[in-house]
Design a protein around this ligand. Sequence first.
Ligand SMILES: [Zn+2]
Length: 146
Amino acid sequence: MDQALRDRWLAQADATLSSAGRRAGAARTAIVEWLAREGQCLVTAQDVLDRLPQGSPSSVYRTLDELFALGLLHRFHGQDGVARYEIADPLRHHHHFIDEASGAARPFTDDELERAIEAAARRLGVRLTGHEVVIRGRRSTNGTQS
Ligand SMILES: [Zn+2]
């Protein structure tokens, strides 16, 4: 867990939720605090429910929708149809590799990829406000990554 990211996102979530006039309830506060720690890369609503037994399914789904609508979470739809979320942070950014053998999602960063995306945006005449890349595949047996 990235402690600085946790603190920064919690402060952003507090500011955003209060300026949106959303009243903090105990259930939402627990979910937001859990996401700050455990939602730094892809989690599902079920993950939240499994780890926060005091949260009801309706409060978890409502809170995830609310945080997504306010731009505090990124949402990804996997091939299994299950929505996954992670906290949105302007200072930290990664992409995902989906291992099709196991279905597991792994975060990665790649400076060359970032430069290629910026160059593509320039060629397209687009002012880049965001991007996300999902690489799907199977690890080669002689791959160099651990
Ligand atoms: Zn991630």
